[in-house]
Design a protein around this ligand. Structure first.
Ligand code: 13P
Length: 256
């Protein structure tokens, strides 16, 4: 079975609209044209419109939101809904990033609501899960990851789960320069795959499991060499067009 690798750039809270458009113009020049991988940009909401305006059918990347609210509209000051993201050309949306969980109090129940909303509005949810250093040191990695997975995807049919992407992002590896080793990532990815299969069966065997946490040109090749790793969710290293393009090229090399 072959899953197309997905390389996703999570810009977090970086770049103004003008900087975002400049990035995209530069990235178009530098990125690989291969169709062997999928490429996703997740800029801040305020830049989605301007980037979408520049896009053509020839573009080899698509857009994602970094978050969404579970209602489609209403009195939710400061929030953005699935239909709004869809109307701006988004195909995917991040759900439950560890920064949302840790800094903004998102629970597994919130993640579940958001996953349902994303699917309802035709967006592919990229569900982020991962343990803290304290949890890893206490030997709780698998228990935490399983809990986040089962609660975040609670009540979903196998058909719906088959449309989801999982991003395993150990919290201790995010923005620290201390990526998980290939063995550490492989072990958890294998566990996530086994958990998905035992809960939802073979219908979910093509769910992509991305790794995130200090991915850069220095470790991307080794990560993409691992059969369990279906791509990467990238923070810091996606902010520079040449660096992000380099990582995409390494994914192409690993896929062809
Ligand atoms: P870094 O690549 O900066 O470690 O961030 C990872 C991340 O959180 C992507 O969502």
């Amino acid at each position: 079975m072959m899953r197309t690798r997905l390389i996703a750039g999570n810009w977090k809270m970086h770049k103004t609209v003008a900087e975002a458009v400049e990035f995209v113009n530069d990235f178009r020049q530098a990125m690989p044209s291969s169709t062997a991988i999928d490429i996703l940009l997740a800029p801040p909401f305020v830049s989605l419109f301007a980037i979408h305006q520049t896009m053509t059918a020839n573009d080899r990347f698509t857009l994602a939101g970094q978050n969404l609210h579970w209602e489609k509209e209403g009195a939710f000051t400061g929030e953005i809904s699935g239909p709004m993201l869809k109307a701006l050309g988004c195909t995917f949306v991040l759900v439950g990033h560890s920064e949302r969980r840790q800094l903004f109090g998102e629970s597994n129940a919130d993640v579940n609501n958001k996953v349902n909303a994303a699917l309802e509005h035709g967006l592919g949810p990229i569900v982020c899960i991962g343990e803290t250093l304290e949890e890893r040191d206490a030997g709780k990695t698998q228990a935490i990851v399983k809990d986040q997975l089962l609660k975040g995807l609670s009540g979903l049919s196998a058909e719906k789960v088959s449309k989801i992407t999982i991003a395993y992002e150990p919290v201790w590896a995010i923005g620290t320069g201390r990526a998980a080793t290939i063995e550490q990532a492989e072990e958890v990815h294998t566990f996530i795959r086994a958990t998905l299969t035992s809960e939802w069966g073979r219908e979910v065997q093509d769910v992509r499991i991305l790794y995130g946490g200090s991915v850069g040109p220095q470790n991307a090749e080794a990560l993409f060499g691992c059969a369990e790793i279906d791509g990467a969710l990238i923070g810091k290293a996606c902010l520079d067009p040449a660096t992000f393009a380099k990582i995409c090229s390494l994914a192409v090399s690993a896929s062809t």
